[in-house]
Ligand binder design. Structure first.
Ligand code: APR
Length: 254
């Protein structure tokens, strides 16, 4: 369980911050009912690992299976929606400038009201043409598993989810924005990531090596837990609202 001292130390670091960078991963959306990547998948997908599905090779070999997996995930996101952790991160904008660099493709941080979100791994609600790269944003809704596979309105080719697959480059603008922010911010909040996938994990390492205060929220220890300034061993939807409450109290007492 998190200690009061840990929470107070983290809240004080936030209270002294003018510019916060949030680096978030799948654990932030876990309590929306969206499985993380390195915990066993549930149900139909238990026999597959994301690493076997989220690749260009998997899509080329079996686009139906890959689309079925993404349609399953779109339905989970549409059903689960924003949780208290997403809302707490959005609420931090009351107190400081907040930039978010997320590995999540669910779009939930933007839905929660955050205004400056860099999606390092793309967005699951975007269809991208596998030939001409034209993009079309899809409505946030439960997927129709029986619908035919989507095709590009521009050139007619098969479209794919607008996300970054293993082995693909990240969107340059999102990554460069996050790298610049690691240099500018005075506090970094690392939430719900195992810090195993690069280059996103390198952002956390840069933060730990830099001058900013680094707070990690994760029920499990990760490779950086001993190097951050504060590790809160708690779920995001419990720890983050509690941090915001403490911050509100500290700021109103000033
Ligand atoms: N609150 C906070 N953290 C949580 C919670 C929770 N409720 N539940 C789980 N976690 C933590 C886990 O302990 C783990 O460290 O979230 C982390 C999830 O790790 P991963 O599943 O590896 O997710 P992530 O780090 O986002 O993966 C990075 O890998 O598969 C690719 O592109 C995919 O963006 C993904 C990337």
């Amino acid at each position: 369980m998190r200690s009061t001292h840990t929470m107070d130390t983290a809240a004080n670091a936030l209270a002294n911050s003018q510019r916060l960078l949030v680096l978030s991963g799948a654990g932030l959306s876990a309590e929306s009912g969206i499985p993380t990547f390195r915990e066993a998948q549930t149900g139909l997908w238990a026999q597959f690992s994301p690493q076997d599905l989220a690749t260009p090779e998997a899509f080329a070999a079996d686009p139906e299976r890959v689309w079925a997996w993404y349609r399953w995930r779109r339905t989970l996101i549409a059903r689960g929606g924003v949780n208290a952790g997403h809302r707490a991160i959005a609420a931090l904008e009351r107190h400081m400038a907040v930039v978010i660099a997320t590995q999540n493709v669910d779009g939930l941080q933007t839905t929660a009201g955050s205004h400056d979100v860099s999606e390092l791994h793309g967005n699951i609600w975007v269809d991208r043409c596998s030939s001409c790269s034209a993009e079309s944003r899809q409505p946030v809704a439960e997927a129709d598993d029986d619908a035919p596979l989507p095709h590009c309105e521009e050139c007619g080719a098969l479209t794919r989810p607008g996300v970054v697959w293993f082995g693909e480059m990240l969107p340059v603008d999102a990554l460069e924005r996050a790298q610049a922010e690691v240099e500018r911010c005075d506090c970094v909040l690392v939430v719900g990531t195992s810090n195993q996938v690069y280059p996103a994990a390198a952002l956390v390492e840069m933060a730990v090596a830099g001058p900013a205060q680094v707070i990690e929220v994760n029920p499990q220890a990760t490779a950086v837990s001993n190097a951050v300034d504060v590790h809160i061993p708690e779920s995001a939807s419990v720890a983050l609202p509690s941090l915001v409450d403490r911050l509100d109290a500290l700021r109103s007492a000033r």
